[in-house]
Design a protein around this ligand. Structure first.
Ligand code: NAD
Length: 496
């Protein structure tokens, strides 16, 4: 196994990317402004990043538009496009350790997660859509005597990609790869907390052979850079992952500007239901613990509500706690660490505030509840479990986006499903049962875009990902994602 010293050496040797990538060049913000990029590992500034604003967005959108209109990417042959996308995937593989270190430093995630999850997942996503790009078929209309009709998918044009900080590269790639596979040009606005991997990819894309202007990366803050992109009249679509509040703003910006299409992957308060006939209580306990504590709970599909049949509740909670007690905060760059730092001081304070609210509202604290490793200067919170959380308590209703689990008991399957659906969100839901009829009935009744039976997060790039209700609309992953980045044109030829 590689060591902490190995990853610290990589971190020390990399020139951390801090410039925007616009029209094929790494550039400073036109204003010359930069912002400090802080690592949650120890709270120190690691580099300065270009603080772009509306002027830089103007440059990036013009470059994307020019590349789209001239067809430098869109009109390339399938084979050529594929080769360039595969070249980028190969470069990412070559630099996988660097990318993992950048991601771990930037957001505090364990380096082992980045190496085994984020980076290979991003490479796989890119290859999946590279392989798919010559398998996008249109339709031939029903036959008539005097007319021949067909429908074709056409790229939209310029796609604005706005992403959060929890899986910075993976979320970017879930949008970038299908958007470019469809022939679009893109402007990416990474989260201000996590610009490094997107900027690195922007530069690798040029080395891979993407023509200038096809992939632009513009770092900066949401209310300046993000807003300017979202309001821009020459952006055809916004592909967004982030919070519900910003999602709602983006729909307003679309209405205030050019009615650009919007796709939203938002938050969740996902339930994991353990029925009394759970086929494997040990596996369920593992999935219940890791379902909330993976990536420090900063996961949109985190299983943040655990609903347990009252007849097994105490025994099951104890075995889940046995798993959770072994999950301890540690240095993200240490390869044995499984649970790292929260992304920022603000996010740590948010989690700690929710913990205090849960105590005040009468939930029973069974594990954790405090800040950890404060001497490091970093932003660590203990894995935290509350039992007996009332269905109307804040912790049952609001997304923490941190390592805090709420356990609630139920008496009947009907009650479990009612509790599971009693939320404004609808991203993911899981259930554990041997009863095949209950599994199918529950899968049908759960109002969520992703349902997992006897597992958690058990699907991959081949299946659509996205939410119901206020968890958003539009799907990432799978072949469905490609069509999000296209318009459908009907052509009818009258046969004379
Ligand atoms: P956020 O909404 O605050 O920020 C997301 C992005 O939007 C950032 O790049 C930010 O700079 C930008 N932004 C902020 N204000 C903006 C504005 N006015 N105009 C344009 N852009 C703006 O979210 P966050 O705190 O970074 O991420 C956490 C949220 O993301 C959680 O709610 C989480 O559930 C959600 N999330 C969802 C998924 C999913 O696939 N459904 C995945 C990851 C995270």
């Amino acid at each position: 196994m590689t060591s902490l010293a190995h990853f610290e050496a990589i971190a020390g040797a990399i020139a951390l990317p801090g410039k925007a990538v616009i029209n094929g060049k790494a550039v400073a913000a036109r204003s010359g402004k930069t912002f400090d990029n802080i690592t949650p590992r120890n709270g120190r500034v690691i580099n300065s990043v270009a603080e772009c604003d509306g002027v830089d967005i103007e440059d990036a959108v013009s470059a994307a538009r020019a590349s789209f209109d001239s067809g430098t990417w869109r009109k390339l042959s399938y084979g050529r496009k594929k080769r360039i996308m595969f070249a980028l995937a190969d470069l990412m593989e070559k630099h996988a350790e660097t990318l993992a270190v950048l991601e771990s430093l930037d957001v505090g995630k364990p380096i082992s997660n980045a190496l085994q999850g984020d980076i290979p997942g991003s490479i796989k996503t890119l290859r999946y859509y590279a392989e798919a790009l010559d398998k996008i078929y249109g339709e031939v209309g029903p036959e008539t005597n005097d007319r021949f009709s067909y429908a074709v998918h056409e790229p939209l044009g310029v796609i604005g990609i706005i992403v959060p900080w929890n899986f910075p590269l993976l979320m970017t790639m879930w949008k970038l790869a299908p958007a470019i596979a469809m022939g679009n040009s893109v402007v990416i606005k990474p989260a201000e907390q996590s610009p490094l991997t997107a900027l690195f990819i922007g530069e690798l894309a040029l080395e891979a052979g993407f023509p200038p202007g096809v992939i632009n990366v513009v770092p900066g803050f949401g209310t300046t850079t993000g807003k300017a992109l979202a309001l821009h009249n020459d952006v055809d679509m916004l592909a967004f992952t982030g919070s519900g509040n910003v999602g709602k703003l983006l729909m307003q910006y679309s209405g205030q500007s050019n009615l650009k299409r919007v796709s939203l992957e938002l938050g969740g308060k996902s339930p994991q239901i353990v029925f009394a006939d759970c086929p494997d209580l040990n596996a369920a306990a593992e999935h219940a613990a890791w379902g909330i504590f993976y990536n420090q709970g900063e996961v949109c599909t985190a299983g943040s509500r655990l609903l347990v049949d009252e007849t097994i509740a105490e025994a099951f909670t104890e075995s889940m706690l046995n798993v959770a007690r072994k999950i301890v905060p540690g240095d993200p760059l240490e390869p044995r660490t499984q649970f790292g730092a929260m992304v920022s001081a603000e996010q740590m304070q948010t989690a700690l505030r929710y913990i205090e609210t849960a105590k005040r509202e009468g939930a029973e604290l069974r594990l954790g509840g405090k800040q950890a490793l404060a001497d490091s200067g970093g932003f660590y919170v203990e894995p935290t479990v509350f039992n007996a959380v009332a269905p109307d308590a804040t912790l049952s209703r609001e997304e923490v986006f941190g390592p805090v689990l709420a356990i609630t008991k139920f008496k009947t399957p009907e009650e479990a499903l009612r509790l599971a659906n009693d939320t404004v969100y609808g991203l993911a839901a899981g259930l554990w049962t041997r009863d095949i009829s209950l599994a199918h009935r529950a899968a049908r009744e759960l109002k969520a875009g992703l349902v997992w039976v006897n597992g958690w997060d058990s699907c991959d790039i081949t299946m659509p990902f996205g939410g119901f209700k206020q968890s958003g609309f539009g799907r990432d992953r799978s072949l469905h994602a490609l069509h999000k980045y296209a318009d459908l044109k009907s052509v009818s030829i009258t046969l004379r």
